[in-house]
Design a protein around this ligand. Structure first.
Ligand code: ARG
Length: 432
């Protein structure tokens, strides 16, 4: 169908001989315009500068370490374990008390969050150590802010503190440096900053910054070879087969961040521990541990995943996600942006059917994907994580990308190293 023509504009032509004259006039006005333009630009730049200054300084985070004694809670060695029910319960109580206090105070806009980072003891009673995060207008006002925080906390401790009997005279408040404070605030495993929407690997899609904060790239002389998963400040798990050709830690490094060619952080490797019973070309016991030469501090974008208990079984058909910088199809190219793909756990019995893998799946392996194919990990994803979220949104490591017949083919799902099967082995090597 023909498009309607827009009405023609009347053109006004300057007769050729008059062009110079009108140009002079235009030059004068142009000159004025340029001066005016420059003035406007300078003013705009100053305003933008002020806004940027205000925004950046307005969002400068400040961190404080606070501690106080709780007189009605007896110290118990269970508080040493950050994941004990006792520790979690106490953390919840303290965090909600601190939240309520600051949400009802003049610092409600500046208060960001808090977290119990340690529980120690004094005369058999509990001492709670927390990190508090605030945003303030000026960094040089940190000391003044500290005083305001202290005043508010004193009011809290002297007032109604529910079932906690807090000794207000024991309160201590001190400033903290950002990296150590962020490390403590992000110490919980399997958590991430925000919730992310949606669900390439083969048949996947781009991940977002901070979505899979435990994902690392394992590099041989700087070249991405495998994925790996952060499980503590200095340990990662990966696949043993990544080191078939080269297991010299000096040739390997680890990098973190969404983009392969622009990593946020890199670390050298001190040690590679390959499972003693891994014998190439067999796929059994395809697991290895990597110890960093120096630890990474957690941030909102670099965090550890949780390891499941050895006796836990993830039910077949559970929703799991595999992530990595592996090829987008078999013998294809690798992406720069980390990819994610939602798949489902397939039980070993189904995976061992004649038309699937015909009996080669052993108890230390786990299959995930779809029998119709289409979505799968692929070459270069090896060693990377297969994870699942529990009902509270905490992410656990279910599998380690290990092998498969090409990628995303029907009846050839991805095969992973079953993490629960090697949970005690991980413990024996790392103490985690
Ligand atoms: N072994 C391959 C690697 O070294 C990845 C295996 C995953 N394959 C699959 N179809 N799920 O990266």
């Amino acid at each position: 169908m023909a498009k309607e023509q827009p009405p023609r504009r009347e053109q006004t032509w300057i007769p050729l001989r008059n062009r110079n004259e009108s140009n002079t006039k235009m030059k004068l006005t142009r000159c004025g315009k340029i001066t005016l333009g420059i003035t406007v630009m300078v003013i705009a730049a100053v305003i933008i500068g002020l806004i940027v200054h205000f925004i950046t300084y307005g969002q400068t985070p400040l961190y404080y370490h606070i501690s106080f004694k709780v007189n009605n809670i007896d110290y118990d060695s269970k508080f040493e374990k950050q994941y004990s029910q006792k520790y979690m319960d106490l953390n919840e109580k303290i965090v909600s008390l601190i939240n309520e206090t600051f949400h009802g105070s003049k610092l409600r806009r500046q208060y960001v969050r808090s977290h119990v980072v340690q529980v120690s003891q004094a005369k058999g009673k509990v001492i709670v150590h927390s990190v508090l995060k605030f945003t303030f207008c000026c960094k040089n006002k940190a000391a003044k802010c500290r005083d305001r925080i202290e005043t508010i906390l004193h009011q809290m401790l002297n007032g109604e503190t529910g079932c906690l009997h807090i000794d207000s005279s024991s309160l201590k408040v001190s400033e903290m440096e950002m990296p150590t404070a962020e490390n403590l605030l992000n110490i919980c495993c399997g958590h991430r900053r925000i919730t992310f929407s949606g669900n390439r690997i083969a048949g996947g899609m781009d991940a977002e910054v901070g979505e899979w904060p435990w994902q690392a790239s394992l590099r041989e002389n700087g070249v991405h070879r495998c994925g790996a998963t952060l499980i503590s400040n200095n340990w990662l798990v990966t696949a043993a087969h990544c080191f078939i050709k080269d297991s010299d830690p000096r040739q390997w490094s680890v990098s973190f961040g969404l983009l392969l060619n622009d990593p946020q952080l890199q670390r050298k490797i001190k040690n590679i521990i390959i499972h003693e019973d891994y014998h190439y070309p067999a796929h059994d016991n395809d697991i290895a541990l990597v110890k960093l030469a120096s630890p990474v501090l957690y941030t909102s974008n670099i965090r550890r995943v949780c390891l499941p208990e050895a006796n836990y079984t993830f039910p077949p058909n559970s929703d799991v996600v595999v992530t990595g910088w592996g090829t987008l199809k078999f013998d294809g190219t690798i992406p720069n942006i980390l990819q994610k793909a939602a798949v489902k756990i397939i039980d070993n019995k189904t995976c061992n059917k004649a038309e699937v893998y015909g009996g080669v799946i052993t108890p230390g392996m786990l299959c995930a994907g779809f029998l119709k194919g289409r979505v799968d990990a692929c070459q270069g994803d090896s060693g990377g994580p297969l994870v699942t979220a529990d009902s509270k949104g905490t992410w656990f490591l279910v599998g380690i990308v290990s092998w498969g017949n090409e990628c995303a083919l029907p009846n050839k799902p991805g095969v992973y190293t079953r993490v629960t099967y090697y949970r005690n082995w991980i413990m024996s090597k790392t103490g985690l």
